[in-house]
Design a protein around this ligand. Structure first.
Ligand code: KG4
Ligand code: ZN
Length: 334
């Protein structure tokens, strides 16, 4: 059984366009407050880092106060990388200040580790070793998870992330930002074989490429003009992205002999992807786990969960903790 920190853990997440704070005990989520900046960034069709940082400064204390709900935490976990540095530093500064005031330990955690360990919010304990597909707006990676905190990247995108492919194509189709959810909705009424779109890197068993898809969508929009069928274009795009993700994830799963498959990150909210992987796992008698929809996209509960497992292991940050725009997943603990 995976150990969690003994006490209340406050999680703080500000790496991108969501200001979030969460309070957990063990693996139970007591609160998970998310203030989204999506409406503000919609105006520009994407994230403006300076505006994001300012919005985090305005939201961070009200969000933390709401998440605490009158409680004082026993430890704090905060995202310190990767992400927008201006945005990350708002959360990290808040965590340090509160840790200093309350004299409680705090820990900086990796955002992607938060996504990977978000499956601990489920009732069923995840099975390890596990193959984990992390698909979000900034990342697309297939990770070998020997056990929590012990990771090896098996494959990743060589250009755009899967979420980026959804978002950029949605913009081309005039569906707004962020695009994944909108594409999924239009796709429900569309024919996935109407438009032929590429599946990137067909001969590479592990790595992904989504930039060709974006170019193909641009050409499609240019050649079809007003006669484009948005439902069919959405369904064809969704099918192309899901096909690539599923093919390489299943290859990794079959080669590795893992006991479980996890699907995490914002794109994990996609129903076609969830259902396809679930079905393939059932056929293979492999455990499939994916978080509830609200824990797929960025949130502080996953940061609290990841921090709690590491805090239980005795890890602590000091006041020198810095933020980083990138950085690989932490190396295994000896
Ligand atoms: O994990 P996340 O909130 O942020 C990053 O860490 O990047 O992921 C956001 C991404 C966006 O690209 C969004 O379009 C995508 O997740 N997304 C979806 C769906 N819901 C969100 N993509 C496909 N289908 C969905 N239902
Ligand atoms: Zn994320």
């Amino acid at each position: 059984m995976t150990e969690f920190f003994n006490g209340l853990v406050l999680g703080i997440e500000t790496s991108c366009d969501e200001t979030s704070a969460s309070l957990i005990r063990g693996h139970t989520i007591l609160t998970n407050v998310i203030a989204s900046q999506v409406d503000m960034h919609k105006k520009w069709g994407g994230i403006v880092p300076e505006a994001a940082a300012r919005a985090h400064v305005e939201a961070i204390l009200p969000v933390i106060i709401e998440a605490l709900d009158g409680n004082k935490p026993d430890a704090i976990s905060v995202t310190c990388q990767p992400g927008l540095v201006g945005a990350l530093s708002v959360g990290v500064t808040a965590a340090k200040s509160l840790a200093l005031a309350w004299k409680v330990p705090f820990l900086g955690v990796h955002h992607i580790e938060g996504h990977i360990l978000s499956v601990f919010a489920n009732d069923e304990e995840p099975a390890y070793p596990q193959v984990c597909l992390v698909a979000s707006g900034g990342h697309t990676e297939v990770v070998w998870v020997q056990e929590p905190c012990n990771y090896r990247i098996l494959g990743q995108t060589i250009d755009d992330a899967a979420g980026e492919a959804f978002d950029k194509s949605a913009r081309l189709l005039g569906l707004g930002y962020p695009g994944g959810k909108a594409i999924q909705e239009y796709a429900t009424h569309g024919n996935p074989s109407r438009y032929s779109l590429p599946r990137g890197l067909p001969k590479d068993p592990y790595n992904f490429s989504f930039s060709g898809l974006k170019t193909a969508m641009l050409r499609l929009v240019e050649t079809e003009g007003n006669s484009i069928n948005v439902n069919d274009a959405s369904a064809s795009l969704q099918q192309a992205i899901v096909d690539s993700l599923v093919k390489k994830t299943l290859y990794a799963l079959d080669e590795s002999g893992a006991k479980g498959l996890a699907l995490v990150g914002g794109v994990a909210a996609n129903n076609l992807l969830r259902l396809t992987l679930q079905e393939q796992c059932t056929r293979r008698n492999v455990q499939f786990c994916t978080p509830a929809y609200e824990l797929c996209t960025d949130n502080a509960a996953m940061i609290a969960l990841a921090g709690s497992i590491r805090l239980a292991n005795g890890e602590r940050s000091d006041f020198e903790l810095d933020c980083a725009p990138n950085g690989s997943l932490p190396a295994p603990i000896d």
